[in-house]
Design a protein around this ligand. Structure first.
Ligand code: SF4
Length: 99
């Protein structure tokens, strides 16, 4: 009887280890998904507005601005989520380098 307990202990340990590894992988995957979904700032957090009212500080004057690939594609921002209006503005504005 004691031999059975001795023989099953390593199996139990292996099961625990496997379960722990599985849970660990799941946590890493979930963290990766959460990270990829939160790499950009929300519009609210940077006080984004579709209609900027400061001369020379519209989104299309900003170094973070990414124009749409075609005329129909919306512009985006490197750091703020969602589509961006070329004439928008937010508190993270940073001027394009002059050159
Ligand atoms: S950082 Fe702000 S101002 Fe600059 S493009 Fe993105 S949303 Fe517009």
């Amino acid at each position: 009887m004691d031999q059975d307990k001795g023989a099953s202990a390593p199996r139990r340990d292996a099961l625990k280890l496997g379960l722990s590894a599985g849970v660990g992988v799941g946590v890493v995957v979930m963290a990766g998904i959460a990270y990829s979904q939160s790499t950009k700032l929300s519009k609210d957090s940077v006080k984004y507005t579709d209609a900027g009212n400061i001369e020379g500080k519209d989104c299309d004057d900003c170094s973070q601005y990414v124009p749409g690939k075609s005329g129909n594609d919306p512009a985006t921002c490197k750091i703020v989520e969602g589509p961006i209006n070329p004439h928008g503005h937010c508190i993270a504005f940073s001027p394009k380098p002059k050159g």
